[in-house]
Design a protein around this ligand. Structure first.
Ligand code: G6P
Length: 489
């Protein structure tokens, strides 16, 4: 039995991620209000069979005093969460600086800081130092809670230095690392001043996972070309030590969406929205307000469509939900103003006294409202310039049981590899092509819509987040057992 090899019943899983699945708001000296985010990743990880999972992550708030830290630690313990406390300066340099101004744009092919972001490059070294210090602080908390036999699963670009810190503490620890963003071509990665140090620390893990085979291949190329190591079909080898590298495409908890759509309140909301937009086709975008999501390009493509198709002008509406994110980083502030400017211009140009073509919301919607919106959508526009996977495309498909709407999907989102046959794939940089796809989607025959939807729905409902998590944890256990067997031979 592959799944249970080397794994006792109810193995403990320590999930280490920058963010806890809980946000904390201080109410008093020793009292905290916690809001649990019931996202797909949380239910996936908590739903892994025979595993007792707990979460370690940055508290997300500055808690300088011990009383506050103790109270928050206690409150989080009830949610199976363990906080890492970072002081304000380190958190700023690590999270806003190295993670979100350097690694995030680089991994999405937006390059290292130039021109006005150049000031940041000058402080590159201090940001990298803060990044390493922050990763060490995560490692200290993991070490404190680690028990023999635990599986430690590190997540994302925030924690690339963590596998090395953990293995230095205990070389027997089972350590996996998974990247939720793309891993770029080695030619992009090699521009990063700390390129080798980061690769080497990731390689300290037993298993390294990516959403797609391409990202895994880029990572292996970076290790062979930049570090001069040997790439094998299994991963990367360094002086007899193999780090397994593989693709583990994530999914969603599709049943959760199905259940939500059956709730009377959600059904009522669906009816309200249907009534509200009667006579118009609904197009939907749901994105974090991030430059990688290609929101300006998407809106410009919609403008081009309206420009070229006057007969559609009062028959279609674009609802764009843009969830504010990383609002302390100047790039994100600029993007917000840019999007507002474009939306205002287009609404001024094509709006009437009673209707506007774009409804733009700078906020998130609660889960049920989002499900209802997905359900009434005719065409979803997921046009990221780059995206690790993009689960909005999956969520839309999961909610389209009756409508069978069309998904327009960027070929640069990881999801293009799994939903490519059902979606209309586009190059989001090509506004003419996206505008033409909007026209094609709005005019698509019911037969073609049904066929395309069936393909995507089958994928989304059979490749779930829980399968993803279970496969990764089981592979990690197997990888460690196989490595032990190899060293004994
Ligand atoms: C991406 C990253 C996640 C991150 C999320 C939200 O999906 O891969 O690790 O949590 O964005 O960004 P934030 O900076 O708000 O955590």
């Amino acid at each position: 039995n592959r799944r249970s090899r080397g794994r006792p019943m109810k193995q403990r899983l320590l999930v280490v991620a920058n963010r806890l699945p809980v946000s904390a708001v201080r109410r008093g000296e020793d009292s905290w209000y916690l809001e649990v985010s019931a996202g797909g990743l949380v239910s996936a990880l908590l739903g892994v069979k025979d595993v007792d999972a707990r979460w370690i992550g940055w508290a997300g708030v500055n808690v300088p005093d011990e009383v506050g830290q103790r109270a928050l630690t206690k409150a989080l313990a009830e949610k199976r969460c363990i906080p890492v406390f970072l002081d304000e300066e380190i958190a700023h340099q690590y999270y806003n600086g190295y993670c979100n101004n350097i690694l995030w744009p680089l991994f999405h092919y937006l390059g290292l800081p130039q021109e006005d972001r150049l000031a940041t490059t000058r402080s590159f070294q201090s940001q990298f130092d803060a990044y390493k210090r922050a990763n060490n602080m995560f490692a200290d908390v993991v070490n404190k809670h680690y028990q023999e036999g635990d599986v430690v699963w590190c997540h994302d670009y925030h924690l690339m230095f963590l596998p090395k810190c953990l293995k230095e503490y205990n070389s027997k620890m089972k350590v996996g690392w998974f990247l939720h963003t793309p891993f770029p071509s080695s030619e992009i990665h090699r521009t990063l001043p700390s390129r080798s140090e980061l690769l080497r620390s990731v390689l300290a893990a037993d298993l390294v996972g990516f959403h797609t085979y391409d990202y895994a291949r880029h990572f292996v190329s970076a290790c062979t070309r930049i570090l001069g190591l040997e790439g094998t079909p299994e991963g990367v080898e360094d002086q007899g030590k193999l780090t397994r590298v593989a693709a583990f495409p994530i999914g969603i908890d599709s049943d959760r969406f199905k259940r939500a759509l059956e709730l009377p309140a959600v059904k009522e909301h669906v009816n309200e929205l249907t009534h509200r937009f009667a006579g118009r086709k609904v197009m939907l975008g749901v994105d974090r307000l991030d430059m990688i999501k290609g929101i300006p390009q998407k809106i410009l493509a919609f403008e081009k469509f309206l420009e070229e198709n006057p007969s559609w002008r009062d028959k279609v509406v674009l609802l764009q939900i843009a969830v504010p994110t990383r609002t302390d980083v100047p790039e994100y502030q600029k993007l917000t103003s840019q999007v507002h400017e474009i939306v205002g211009r287009i609404n001024g140009r094509f709006g009437t006294l009673t209707a506007v073509p774009i409804h733009h919301l700078d906020r998130s919607l609660d889960f049920h409202a989002l499900c209802a919106l997905y359900a009434v959508t005719d065409v979803a526009l997921v046009t990221s310039l780059r995206d690790g996977m993009n689960l909005v495309s999956y969520e839309f498909v999961a909610c389209q049981g009756s409508k069978k709407g069309v998904l327009i999907l960027s070929e640069f989102a990881g999801a293009a590899q799994s939903l490519g046959a059902g979606a209309l794939l586009v190059n989001p940089w090509n506004i003419t092509e996206v505008a033409a796809s909007i026209g094609y989607a709005l005019n698509m025959s019911p037969d073609e819509r049904e066929k395309r939807h069936r393909h995507n729905y089958a994928h989304v409902t059979t490749h779930t987040a829980q399968d993803w998590a279970e496969t990764f944890v089981s592979e990690l256990n197997d990888t460690v057992v196989e490595a032990q067997l190899r060293t004994r031979q």
